[in-house]
Design a protein around this ligand. Structure first.
Ligand code: FAD
Ligand code: 2HG
Ligand code: ZN
Length: 480
């Protein structure tokens, strides 16, 4: 697939895997952790969206930082390219090889090292699955500061490497704030121990931030220290129907004013997104099926009576002002989960239409929905099944998704570069939270200046001079 759609991508001058390399890997890891069986390799070579397929001949599954270090040192000496992989839920083709890169999977690096009840600091290996960490910190009265629909599969190391955002960023901020420390291995095998558990640490350059969001191009994250907030005592969810995007914005302003510190999510979906999830997964619809826009608003706080009062007075004011038409509220976990399930199923439901053209943009909030309408108009005479928008409106992050029965280059040409030019014109970001991966590395100039890109290339050259770590990803092709 890759070669057909991206004929310009040429394999770098890397070594090809030989028996000698395999013998070395088997001297570092037990044979069962060096996977070469063609059928077993498939799941690692194909991405979650099934848009990209690599041709790697080996997956390595280290358990320790020392094993990662030995593998990278050897790959660097031998000039073997490496593709780091966590839960393989990435949406920009960053987690699968483009050609025959060695896949280094963190699946077995899943040890929780410590949880400090007093400070709320969790220290763990990079391959821990987010949902398992959530369960673990709950036992200590804590919660993870991030949450996303892929939590059942994604790894915390993958979250850090993509600087994942998700549905609670509005409240708990980006990982740049909550990650206190990182241990990572550089391309040459050097172990960079920045695994501080301190809130304050101004000892020189803040190196950990280089690994946050660099998508495996500067090093492999092996351990992480992360600040976990206290588990809320009371959670409420409102699922609301609105008839215009103007009213979505008015409701957002009102929610910030009335709900203040207990507001923990403000998620938006249009009718196409909502009904896709409802129909594909046969879910009960909490709002009238023809509602143009819906919001999922969550509060998390320490006192259920106080939170419910705040939520009721917010809903009363929103209703009296005519912002909301209909809706439902939930405070028991099973009903809350059922409402969240609708929002979190949208991504998966879109795959059922066939091929998905996926855009993840940040834009000034007053322009949030415009691009969906523009795209619907541009694509009206094509085989497009759906052109819809949803996302983290509270963070100005729109997920524009377009589907067609199969990949169609004419549709793609109507979407791109228009969507990027439009985003750039509004000084938005062409990748708000999913990263650049393989898919978006050549359009990064719509959001980054030439000087900034040059500095990125210089940092890459300094940290990985042979370019073995996740080649063809993140940096524009000329910069490798
Ligand atoms: P992978 O997909 O395995 O890898 C992602 C990138 O990180 C790749 O470039 C890979 O090479 C690199 N990488 C992985 N592990 C390491 C490591 N230890 N060291 C160095 N590099 C590494 N994203 C959001 O931001 N917000 C959302 O709300 C959100 N929701 C999603 C919902 C669904 C249903 C799905 C399928 C995806 C969603 N995503 C979301 C995208 C994806 O889940 C995130 O990007 C996630 O952080 C990826 O984690 P992963 O472990 O699957 O990483
Ligand atoms: C979400 O917010 C994810 O659900 C996925 O970031 C977005 O599928 C998408 O476009
Ligand atoms: Zn998202």
């Amino acid at each position: 697939l890759t070669q057909v759609r991206y004929p310009k991508v040429k394999r770098g001058n890397y070594a090809s895997l030989t028996d000698k390399h395999l013998a070395f890997f088997e001297s570092v890891l037990p044979k069962s952790r060096v996977i070469t069986d063609a059928t077993d390799l498939d799941a690692y070579n194909v991405d979650w969206l099934r848009s990209f397929k690599g041709a790697s001949k080996v997956v390595l599954k280290p358990k320790t930082t020392d094993e990662v270090s030995a593998i990278l040192k050897y790959c660097n000496d031998q000039v073997l390219a490496v593709c780091p992989q966590g839960g393989n839920t990435g949406l920009v083709g960053g987690s699968v090889p483009v050609f025959d890169e060695v896949i280094l999977s963190t699946a077995l690096m899943n040890e929780v090292i410590s949880v400090d009840k007093t400070t709320g600091v969790l220290v763990c290996q990079a391959g821990c699955v987010l949902e398992n960490l959530e369960g673990k910190v709950h036992e200590h009265g804590l919660m993870m500061p991030l949450d996303l629909g892929a939590k059942g599969s994604c790894h915390i190391g993958g979250n850090i490497s993509t600087n994942a955002g998700g549905i609670r960023l509005l409240r708990y901020g980006s990982l740049h704030g909550s990650v206190l420390g990182i241990e990572a291995v550089k391309a040459d095998g050097a172990i960079i121990d920045c695994l501080s558990t301190l809130k304050k640490d101004n000892t020189g350059y803040h190196l950990k931030h280089l690994f946050l969001g660099s998508e495996g191009t500067l090093g492999i994250v092996t351990k992480v220290a992360i600040q976990c907030p206290p588990l809320p005592q009371a959670v409420n969810v409102a699922f609301l129907a609105l008839d215009s995007f103007e009213k979505v914005l008015s409701t957002f302003r009102l929610a910030k004013k009335c709900l203040g510190e207990i507001l923990s999510s403000f998620e938006f979906m249009d009718n196409g997104s909502l009904m896709g999830a409802i129909k594909v997964f046969n879910l009960p619809c909490p709002v009238p099926e023809n509602t143009p826009f819906s919001l999922l608003i969550e509060t998390s706080g320490g006192n259920s009576k106080h939170d419910e009062e705040k939520l009721s007075s917010f809903l009363e004011e929103a209703t009296n002002k005519g912002f909301i038409n209909d809706g439902t509220i939930a405070s028991e976990p099973s009903r809350i989960n059922a409402l969240w399930q609708i929002r979190e199923s949208i991504t998966e439901s879109l795959k059922h239409d066939g091929y998905v053209y996926k855009y993840d943009i940040s834009i000034p909030i007053q322009h949030f929905y415009e691009i969906v309408l523009l795209m619907q108009e541009r694509l009206k005479d094509t085989a497009v099944v759906k052109c819809c928008g949803y996302g983290h409106v509270g963070d100005g992050n729109l997920h524009l998704n377009i589907t067609s029965p199969k990949y169609d280059v004419d549709i793609l040409n109507l979407i791109e570069p228009f969507v990027y030019e439009w985003t750039s014109k509004h000084r938005g970001s062409i990748s708000a939270e999913h990263g650049l991966g393989f898919k978006k590395s050549d359009v990064v100039h719509y959001s980054k200046s030439a000087e900034a890109l040059k500095l990125m290339a210089e940092i890459k050259a300094l940290m990985d001079p042979k370019g073995i770590l996740n080649p063809y990803k993140v940096l524009p092709s000329g910069a490798h």
